[in-house]
Design a protein around this ligand. Structure first.
Ligand code: ATP
Length: 229
């Protein structure tokens, strides 16, 4: 078989995979909207939610176990063909940093293109992340708009700014997302006003007025296991 044929076969097999990190305490319809829209826009083969093992402790209530947060994600994504939940961080049983997880994911998928997804609020505080500049310069990232958060670029270095590809208000993006080198893509593919904190507060007060913001199966699970009380 000629070499050029084997080369083109390898390129053809490359998958496009996204990982969306967070605590998902609980997963809400804002997270799900992001997953669905990013799959379409970036023509992904797979989108993984990547729940952290460690959920920051809130003084008013105990932290939610990683098992519960993982289970809610599985219920929320049960019928989604291309959207799944990664076990990698919860299995580690300890706090993990993204700069440790992404190289591990790359080793697991050496032929694939991997994107790390975050919301505009996470982007705003990215410079507090461990080895943030190394993380941004050595992996592809997708930053998604979020109501109430402006996407600014003045908190990062010139080297990072040069990698930014602004896809907001762009409707056909495939050609733009195959730019060589690691990039930080900004997208307004999703713009959904909800937060896990607001949902937990509602649940704690005993009335969920935002029931269109929580997947039905997740709401039932929360009730059954008496979470967020
Ligand atoms: P909390 O309100 O407790 O901070 P959250 O709703 O932000 O929770 P997380 O699990 O902390 O949920 O978020 C995981 C990821 O999802 C983060 O990158 C965050 O920026 C992003 N995200 C969450 N909600 C939205 C939203 N409505 N729009 C865009 N990004 C979001």
């Amino acid at each position: 078989m000629p070499d050029e044929f084997s080369t083109s076969t390898t390129v053809f097999e490359m998958k496009r995979i996204a990982y969306f990190g967070g605590t998902f305490d609980p997963v809400h319809n804002g997270h799900l909207t992001i997953a669905r829209e990013i799959v379409k826009l970036f023509e992904l083969d797979k989108f993984y939610f990547l729940p952290a093992y460690h959920a920051p402790h809130k003084p008013e209530r105990p932290p939610t176990s990683a098992f519960h947060r993982f289970a809610m994600l599985c219920l929320a994504t049960r019928s989604e063909a291309n959207i799944a939940v990664s076990t990698i961080e919860v299995e580690s049983g300890q706090r993990r940093y993204t700069i440790d997880t992404l190289p591990q994911l790359r080793n697991t998928h050496p032929l694939d293109k991997i994107y790390f997804v975050m919301g505009a609020d996470s982007w705003a505080e990215i410079t507090t992340w461990r080895e943030w500049e190394t993380l941004l310069l050595n992996f592809d990232h997708i930053v998604v708009t979020r109501p109430g958060y402006e996407i600014r670029l003045d908190h990062v270095t010139d080297a990072v700014r040069e990698r930014v590809v602004d896809l907001r208000e762009v409707d056909r993006i495939r050609s733009k997302t195959d730019i060589p080198g690691f990039r930080i893509y900004l997208t307004d593919a999703a713009f959904f006003d909800t937060s896990a904190t607001a949902l937990r507060d509602d649940l704690n007060d005993g009335h969920l007025e935002r029931d269109n913001e929580l997947p039905t199966e997740v709401a039932k699970y929360i009730e059954k296991y008496e979470l967020y009380r």
